[in-house]
Design a protein around this ligand. Structure first.
Ligand code: AMP
Ligand code: GLY
Length: 417
């Protein structure tokens, strides 16, 4: 099969690595890709959101299957434009991707489907939200309705911070509509499922580490590391959750004539009162994918094809025994304004069985590899258990250097018992 992968981050490097291992992958193109994917397939200089460019490439290269990494092209409608030229896409339509693109849409869907989630209220502007909080009192989680590049959610400590957060969130690019949510507590787990519009096949449960600092302190990031499986949600419990968090959503979306095909990512909080869905994403998690795919034995091309063509019924995944840990190496000043251009050393010294997924890297004209984004690399090790996987991942991390490198030393600690 001739496959086109859209995106350029660490998640896409992991997707490219896994797709290329399939006997069904004849040739792989990545638009635009990164220096890591350049070693696996053919990078094409095209913006991930350039729908016309993607369609042109798919036609020219006679692509059989398009796999979409990030949410922005999905929300912009890349699936529809590819389907219009009869190329199956592993990724939802723009309408279905609203499950990530609009929190108000997602909350209404959850309510209709009966999915357990935090109680919430929607407001058309900051003034209305402000008046509600001033009247009701209490502490509320404040969320922008639209995509806000990770800046759209504030979890305030108290009532006063709630009022301040309303103004901050209303000032993001996501638009003025706001959501106030009941503040929940508990560990967070990422549960992803491959969906074909009707059936959902869950992956192993993974845990991300969103804050920049050890012990979950400091500002939120895209994710500083991940591991799988997490003992917080063993495989049998994850399987049981399919009928709680995925199937009802697929059924409700199908009944609204917006079938969901692709990866559906449920961000779960394990509260003292049971599992609650905090959010859905319309794509693979980053960096969860860099921990999950190295454990997946099943053929990803086959799974993506089945999801895209509605033939996932009765599919079961097979997994390597053991666990995977992915540690993210971030640039100086991440998550604010990451510094770029720092030369990266030591990648060539890593053991052959450690995976170094590129995210924000760039090849200079002289061939040197330099930093080019906030999250620079994801270093993944797979071992018989989490403790060993951690040890191996961090031993590899210690061989890599670039100026200003930021690393959390406590990735997967919560999972090691
Ligand atoms: P979201 O983008 O909706 O996943 O929110 C980002 C982060 O904010 C989550 O990963 C949680 O850590 C936190 N969060 C979101 N909603 C809530 C909530 N209702 N209660 C407590 N924390 C939340
Ligand atoms: N790792 C969090 C996300 O991909 O949204």
């Amino acid at each position: 099969m001739r496959i086109l992968l859209v995106g350029s981050g660490g998640r896409e490097h992991a997707l490219a690595w896994k797709l290329a291992r399939s006997a069904r992958c004849e040739q792989l193109w990545i638009a635009p890709g990164n220096p890591g994917t350049a070693e696996i397939g053919i990078n094409v200089e095209l913006d991930a959101s350039d729908a016309a460019g993607i369609v042109g490439l798919a036609t020219r290269e006679q692509i059989d299957l398009v796999v979409v990494g990030p949410e922005a092209p999905l929300v912009a409608g890349i699936s529809e434009v590819c389907e219009a030229i009869d190329v199956p896409v592993f990724g939802p339509s723009s309408q279905a991707a609203q499950i990530e693109g609009s929190k108000a849409f997602a909350k209404a869907l959850m309510a209709e489907a009966g999915v357990p989630t935090a109680a919430h209220h929607v407001f058309e502007d900051a003034a209305a939200a402000h008046a509600f909080v001033a009247d009701q009192g209490g502490t509320w989680v404040v969320k922008a309705d639209g995509l806000a590049a990770g800046k759209g959610v504030v979890v305030p400590a108290d009532h006063r911070e709630t009022l301040a957060a309303i103004s901050t969130v209303a000032a993001t690019k996501a638009g003025t509509r706001l959501i106030l949510e009941e503040k929940l507590s508990g560990p967070e787990v990422s549960l992803l499922a491959i969906c074909d519009g009707e059936h959902a096949v869950p992956l192993l449960a993974a845990q991300d580490h969103k804050r920049i600092g050890e012990g979950d302190t400091g500002p939120n990031t895209g994710g500083m590391g991940a591991y799988a499986p997490t003992p917080l949600l063993p495989a049998d419990q994850a399987q049981a959750l399919v009928d709680v968090v995925f199937t009802p959503i697929l059924r409700t979306m199908a009944s609204r004539q917006i079938p969901y095909r692709g990866i559906l990512y449920a961000g779960l909080m394990l509260t003292p009162d049971g599992v609650r869905v905090l959010e859905y994403n319309a794509r693979f998690g980053d960096p969860e994918t860099q921990a999950l795919l190295p454990l997946l034995k099943s053929d990803l091309v086959d799974l993506a094809w089945r999801a895209a063509t509605g033939t996932l019924k009765d599919v079961q995944l097979s997994w390597e025994a053991g666990a995977a840990v992915c540690v993210v190496l971030a640039a100086a000043n991440y998550p604010d304004t990451p510094r770029t251009g720092d030369p990266i050393q030591g990648l060539d010294t890593l053991p052959a069985d450690v995976l170094a997924f590129h995210a924000g890297t760039r090849r200079r004209a002289d061939g040197a590899l330099v930093t080019a984004g906030g999250r620079v690399l994801g270093i993944t090790a797979v071992e018989a258990d989490l403790a060993q996987a951690r040890q191996k991942a961090y031993a590899a991390v210690d061989q890599i250097h670039f100026d200003g490198m930021q690393v959390r030393r406590d990735i997967a600690v919560q999972g090691v018992r």
